[in-house]
Design a protein around this ligand. Structure first.
Ligand code: SF4
Ligand code: SF4
Length: 89
């Protein structure tokens, strides 16, 4: 007998496929998104943008949970997610 039961909200909480976009016109290189990402998906690259700010990069988007924390933390609206399963919702 299978005793394991799925949590009722598993579909709601499951990682969603997303594409992470960084807007280099807006990013000021503060590093909040990289610091607070729970999965280490983002990292400061040490390279300078054309405005002279340290640029953030996506190091492993396969680990991304689609939680949206990076988007919520960014004070410059410089990072955003596009949910690839949007049409299914
Ligand atoms: S959505 Fe969440 S897991 Fe993905 S990069 Fe942003 S903070 Fe990290
Ligand atoms: S939080 Fe926003 S401004 Fe700061 S490094 Fe990330 S994308 Fe750039």
């Amino acid at each position: 007998m299978n005793l394991w039961r799925k949590p009722f909200d598993i579909d709601e909480k499951a990682p969603r496929p997303v594409k992470i976009h960084i807007d280099i016109d807006r990013c000021k290189g503060c590093g909040y998104c990289a610091e607070f990402c729970p999965r280490g998906v983002l990292k400061m690259t040490g390279e300078l943008s054309y405005k002279g700010y340290d640029m953030v990069g996506v190091v492993d988007d396969g680990k991304c949970l689609g939680c949206g924390l990076c988007e919520a933390m960014c004070p410059e609206f410089g990072i955003y997610l596009i949910y690839e399963d949007k049409e299914l919702k």
